[in-house]
Design a binder for this molecule. Sequence first.
Ligand code: FMN
Length: 294
Amino acid sequence: MLEVELCKMKLKNPLILASGILGSYASSLNTIAENAGAVVTKSVGLEEKEGYRNPVVINLAHGILNAVGLASPGVEKFSEELKRFSKASKLIVSLFASSPKEFSKLVGYFELADAFELNLSCPHVKDVGLTIGNDAELVKEIVKAVKRETSKPVFPKLSAVSDYIEVAKAAEEGGADGIVAINTLKGMAIDIATKKPILSNISGGLSGEAIKPVAMKVVWDLYEELKIPIIASGGVTTWKDVIEFILGGARAVQIGSAIFYSYRIFYSLKESLIAYLRKEKTSIEDLVGLAHEK
Ligand SMILES: Cc1cc2nc3c(=O)[nH]c(=O)nc-3n(C[C@H](O)[C@H](O)[C@H](O)COP(=O)(O)O)c2cc1C
């Protein structure tokens, strides 16, 4: 009922932990993996990266603003850390880099990954993420380079502020197995007491409830344009959001910011989905893209 097949990976449910929310420790991934179909690691680069000074996360009324700055222990330490992953769900390793060569180099460190996510959409770090994810030709080259290194599924993660249809089609041509949409949207906030921007990096990425309709539109458009599956990311807080994304064309749905409010969210989403599917006498697989039917 809850199981979905995603590029030949059998997920026990369509719920996936979004990248970066729980930092770079296997123990946090293990807690979520018990009730998730898959977990995505924090994005990792070749070298250790410190990230930005505090404050890096602000809690807003309908979402979260963050500029962590892709803090990362570096690929060697991180691949060691992941050996402690419990394997209670599929493991998707998220990579960030600035060139096809760097991306393909990273892949070799993660024999234990079930799939790879390519961060082509982080909005607040120079030379990586969105800076390169706007360039359709470069995205195609990156996907091709990674696919030469691995037969595992590769999911580029795109931004809503790029020309996402063009970029996604280029990624598909390059051999991408699925697309993750979307990453955070550029945003900022000013403290009226200090009269200065709150985030040390001045601007950051907006996530959570506020971005759900934006993510929904991107998922909808990509479902119409692509043959490969779409994984939704952006603003899920309830089981109804999960069903909405599935009806809009997502084959699996990532949950990020909602973890800040409840560590138990994967369990409660899963239980609510079971109740809904029983009542409707249907399955997740049967609901994928149903809203598109004329
Ligand atoms: C604190 C924080 C850190 C994040 N780090 C990453 C990251 O390392 N790589 C990445 O691709 N996305 C990262 N994201 C984006 C999330 O994976 C997700 O795509 C985004 O937050 C939208 O989903 P949500 O509304 O469910 O949070 C981060 C988001 C937050 C809030």
